[in-house]
Write a protein that binds this ligand. Sequence first.
Ligand SMILES: Nc1ncnc2c1ncn2[C@@H]1O[C@H](COP(=O)(O)OP(=O)(O)O)[C@@H](O)[C@H]1O
Ligand SMILES: [Mg+2]
Length: 253
Amino acid sequence: MARRKKIYEGKAKTLYEGPEPGTLVQYFKDDATAFNAEKHDIIEGKGVLNNILSEFFMLGLGQIGVPTHFLKRLNMREQLVRSCEIIPLEIIVRNYAAGSLSKRLGIDEGTQLPRPIVEYCYKDDGLGDPLVTEEHIAAFGWASQQDMDDILSLALRVNDFMSGVMLAVGIRLVDFKIEIGRVYDGDFQRLVIADEISPDSCRLWDIKTGQKLDKDVFRRDLGSLTDAYTEVARRLGVMPNNPPAPGKPQLVN
Ligand SMILES: Nc1ncnc2c1ncn2[C@@H]1O[C@H](COP(=O)(O)OP(=O)(O)O)[C@@H](O)[C@H]1O
Ligand SMILES: [Mg+2]
């Protein structure tokens, strides 16, 4: 097989040139990083779970008319996506206080917020993805006012969808982060949900016990990350049918 061209190697995924122009292959790695990559580990099986979970959420969003970059899952670790121009913002939606919001504003983790709060961070690892305001975004031209209106409405639709899907399986969607990209259809540009939606990019707490089922398990050394992500996948009914048996050759589909 011809060697394919690597476009970008990130912390959790590698991007390869796709089979057709305008497409990319997203390969989900087992690497887990936190605190701007100060903490790093290999968590066996994480990439497989995130690939399948991200497919599940992106497909669901597509079904309710929220455009995404997802085209199809190729195998256990890879998916085909539309290549887009990523808007250099991390869009965070919060329903309950946690993490940096709790720290910044002194609100106890788990406090329900009066309404969903949308925050923007400038996507730059070197700077630690700093929080920015719409003033910065407009002044530096990272997104237009029209883009910002669309981004807000997409973020809130993703929030409603994800909150509902999670609630149905006894999980609270505390917060999440998405990335949004531009795609061009002829002369028109549209925004689509890009990157991934997975327990790496959400805070998910069991509603009854409060148990954390997301990357905080890794950040805060709370146990097995694979067990947590497997639990999310199991509840959503998307566990891979053939979990790899050690030492045996595996057919990938
Ligand atoms: N559809 C897409 N088109 C182009 N770039 C994308 C797309 N989806 C995600 N990306 C980018 O690919 C990278 C994914 O790899 P990841 O390991 O998450 O990187 P990072 O370490 O930068 O977070 C991110 O930089 C993300 O912005
Ligand atoms: Mg990333």
